[in-house]
Ligand binder design. Structure first.
Ligand code: S6P
Ligand code: ZN
Length: 194
């Protein structure tokens, strides 16, 4: 049987505003992470307690055209990290390995400046600078976390396989082996290994 779309011109299902990366579609999901959702992520516990738990640290817009976990599809998203610090550590995402650990991902910078923290299975951590137009290939087996090192919001796009999933536990338990802190007014990667 012929596909109903045969010989028809249909409405574009998704659009992206290239000035800020905003996605429009009927089916955008919009998870928000507040300070109270980020327990044990930042190092300075006292500074963490002094911030209002309802303060929004980052927001995601994503379109999931197929169900999560299905092999073969792709997901598309935009993340906004607001500027700020907990003590001298910049606002950042929770960070994760993919549940299917070999799954890769692309990130690209849209607005603001920041860093993409990357860590391999042997806990070697390094960072790539993010800025409008930066493009980042995140290989499978690599944990990834993004950090806003600027004074305005950091926005970046992402595209990842629909069966990648997220393993947050590994990072919740052991963190990354380095943190991005402001030292003498500049971002610096500081090892957490003793
Ligand atoms: C998904 C992709 C991003 C992040 C988002 C928030 O694989 O890497 O959409 O989910 O940047 O970060 P996190 O670590 O809280 O998922
Ligand atoms: Zn990911």
């Amino acid at each position: 049987m012929k596909n109903k779309k045969h010989l028809t011109i249909i409405d574009t299902p998704f659009t992206v505003d290239y000035s800020n990366g905003n996605i429009s579609s009927k089916s955008v999901i919009n998870p928000i992470k507040k300070i109270k959702d980020l327990q044990n992520i930042f190092e300075d516990k006292q500074a963490f307690k002094n911030i209002d738990g309802d303060k929004i640290i980052y927001e995601v817009q994503a379109i999931l055209p197929v169900e999560e976990g299905r092999e073969g599809g792709l997901f598309y998203g935009k993340t906004i990290i607001h500027p700020g610090k907990v003590g001298n550590e910049y606002f950042m995402t929770k960070g994760h390995f993919h549940k299917k650990i070999d799954r890769a991902e692309f990130y690209w910078g849209i607005e603001g400046e920041g860093m993409l923290l990357l860590m391999d299975k042997n806990r070697n951590t390094w960072a790539e600078k993010m800025y409008p137009g930066s493009l980042h290939y995140i290989n499978g087996y690599i944990a990834h976390r993004t950090v806003n090192t600027g004074t305005t919001k950091l926005s970046f796009g992402a595209c990842w396989p629909s069966d990648a999933g997220h393993n947050y536990q590994e990072i919740m338990d052991n963190g990354f082996s380095a943190r991005l802190k402001e030292v003498d007014g500049k971002p610096q990667l500081i090892s957490t290994q003793l």
